[in-house]
Design a protein around this ligand. Structure first.
Ligand code: SAH
Length: 365
């Protein structure tokens, strides 16, 4: 009986070399193969014309490259955001979003099927946890988006995007908690930044965490320029316990200490994400408390007016209050930006498409 096919995107460079050596191929074939996989984003062995025919056949018969099948593909009405619901080889589904800014094309990727963190305002959190993604499944999302950008994405031809092609930024802000799937997440980062692989600059990658302290500590010691974003959402423990339940294990003081230690080691700015929820965490007192909390840190606050979800009655903060909240931070020396709602018409918020798809399938079945 034939064994399970090897999933090429799950392999490190050394593992790729090992596989090829087992087949009697010289070492340099590994780089040739990686150039096809990560630079040309090719998913068909047949097209790798500088590889010998016998090797191409071997790859075609015994390995799998593409791990994602698009189930739903949506483009926002302005054409600047594309979103996919992908089916994984075991039938599970994940979401990936591609956003075009002036010179940027940012891919927002998932690290888990679902999420165990149970933040009540988040559609993924509402649906619960299924499983971790492998490094290959994480990377495949970036490669899929990169391939679309060079072929038939609506984003490829927008007039105000510069002529630079391909993915320029990757944010780990899709489904799941990257820091509890640390090893595959970090292997994905390594292959995305490896000049032999995808070759993206580390400073163009951001990992967003709910605030897993052991993960932040480990991340601080990687010696990398990858950015850290922390989902704060509240400036006092009583409120954060409700909005981000993991706060009960890692309360604000210990989280902020981990961020300060991270900054001492890396000298890098930390981004704090703060979803503005009407009447819950958006008063000027909250803003002042937040500013006090971040004192002494080189920080940036990313304010995200809540993206409403079906599973919660929470509402976004009205625009005028968003402005007032931001101003309250700025006058206290805390730089803050408001994240513009991207792709609201295509349910681009974390976990929303999967939730709607599941509902549709249930309704049909
Ligand atoms: N688990 C990681 C990545 C989650 S998604 C983390 O917690 O950081 C990235 C960001 O989107 C997080 O800050 C998350 O809290 C936020 N988010 C999730 N659902 C949202 C919603 N409905 N409205 C606004 N922000 C949301």
């Amino acid at each position: 009986m034939p064994g399970k096919p090897v999933r090429l995107l799950d392999l490190t460079f050394e593992q790729t070399e090992g596989l090829l050596a087992d087949w009697g191929e010289p070492k340099f074939r590994a780089q040739q193969l990686w150039t096809w996989l990560y630079r040309d984003t090719t998913a068909e062995a047949e097209r790798m014309h500088n590889l010998p025919r016998a090797l191409r056949d071997c790859l075609a018969n015994e390995t799998v490259i593409e791990l994602l099948t698009p189930v739903v593909e949506l483009t926002s009405s302005d054409g600047y955001t594309q979103k996919w619901l992908f089916r994984l080889p075991d039938g599970q589904t994940i979401e990936t979003v591609l956003m075009g800014y002036s010179a940027r094309r940012t891919v927002c990727i998932s690290t888990q099927v679902g999420c165990a963190m149970a933040c009540p305002f988040c559609a993924t959190g509402q649906a619960g946890f299924t499983r971790n993604l492998t490094s290959g499944e994480i990377i495949a999302q970036v490669l899929f988006a990169a391939r679309r950008l060079t072929t038939h994405s609506s984003l490829a031809n927008l007039p105000d995007l510069s002529s630079r092609r391909g993915v320029t930024n990757v944010v780990f802000m899709g489904m799941g908690e990257p820091m509890v799937n640390y090893q595959p997440m970090w292997q994905a980062v390594e292959r995305l930044t490896d000049p032999r692989g995808f070759g993206l600059g580390a400073r163009h990658i951001t990992i967003s965490t709910v605030g897993i302290i052991a993960g932040i500590e480990k991340f601080a010691n990687e010696g990398s320029q990858v950015n850290l974003a922390v989902s704060l959402h509240a400036a006092d423990d009583e409120l954060r316990n409700r909005l981000v339940p993991v706060n009960k294990r890692f309360p604000i003081a210990s989280l902020l200490k981990a961020c300060r230690d991270y900054q001492a080691v890396t000298k890098r700015r930390v981004t704090f994400e703060y979803a503005l929820i009407s009447g819950v965490n958006d008063s000027l007192t909250d803003a002042r408390r937040l500013a006090r909390l971040l004192r002494g840190l080189i920080a940036h606050v990313n304010l995200i007016p809540l993206n409403p979800t079906a599973g919660s009655a929470l509402k976004p903060t009205p625009r005028t209050q968003v402005r007032a909240f931001r101003q309250e931070l700025e006058v206290r020396g805390v730089p803050a930006t408001v994240r513009i709602g991207r792709g609201l018409d295509i349910n681009a918020g974390c976990g929303q498409l999967r939730e709607i798809h599941a509902r549709d399938v249930t309704a049909r079945g």
